[in-house]
Design a binder for this molecule. Sequence first.
Ligand SMILES: C[S@@+](CC[C@H](N)C(=O)[O-])C[C@H]1O[C@@H](n2cnc3c(N)ncnc32)[C@H](O)[C@@H]1O
Length: 320
Amino acid sequence: MTATAWQPDGLGPNLVVHADNSEFLPTLPDGAFTMIYVDPPFNTGRVQSRQQTTTVRNADGGGDRVGFGGRSYDTIKGALHSYDDAFTDYWSFLEPRLAEAWRLLAEDGTLYLHLDYREVHYAKVMLDAIFGRECFLNEIIWAYDYGARAKSRWPAKHDNILVYVKNPKKYHFDSAEVDREPYMAPGLVTAEKRERGKLPTDVWWHTIVSPTGKEKTGYPTQKPEGLLRRAVTASSREGDWVLDFFAGSGTLGAVAAKLGRRFVCVDQNPQAIDIMATRLGHVATVVGRPAAGPVETPVVEPVETPAVELVETPAPLFDS
Ligand SMILES: C[S@@+](CC[C@H](N)C(=O)[O-])C[C@H]1O[C@@H](n2cnc3c(N)ncnc32)[C@H](O)[C@@H]1O
């Protein structure tokens, strides 16, 4: 990918860019985007090398745990070192990219960072440092309902989306544009209110991308358009530029095009670029697409939860 002379003015084309975002983002001008949505790969290294704890019998009773039958044990922490390494690597990967997101946001701009419950607390601390605590707007919970249910703890059925604004005095947020939800107890409100529905809160119930629906692209980590539609309508206006630099199947671009926003979608995975070329090629210029060559083994990101199995009817309050 060569540096572009891309400017967010005039009627420049929407872009789908094949590049490592750490190389491409520095070519973009400051303050160019009203909204940035990113859904980075999860910290899979960390998940894969969990801390291993082994206990051994302490003969003289001086250990730090008391086990079954009152016996005393020492605790040996096994793979903590590699756990720490993976963790550090992940955050040193993400942090400079989030700092770029801050630079690229306009004064009235907003960042949506999509993570899961294992990462979100660390990311909150990191974004507080990059943006400032006063720039934290929301933590959105995307609640869904599919797959098996753990019996040994509360089954985790949500993702977390952190929302930060560049300037808490100037940010754009238009709740009047956002789709509304049905009241839970419609009998308790007037017909007029029932008809209008109510404003969504920070908990968004939404089905996953249906394995048989028309939205499905085949990309393993594809997110539903309904989620992104809410974020884009609230945090940008028609004609504004929006950016996703972990774009995958290009869900942000698809929503932006339908809502009259202009977009830049970046991904380093050739399969993602192929899918985006099909999904967005009619409304965007595709830059740096690798020439068709020998078929490579597809790079499929590990997914920590089954992304396509609906085992029971979810209870969404709205559908995409
Ligand atoms: C979780 S997926 C995004 C899915 C997307 N939200 C969608 O709806 O399809 C994360 C994406 O980040 C991309 N990615 C990872 N590291 C990258 C990098 N350094 N530069 C650009 N893209 C990267 C991966 O190829 C993957 O497509």
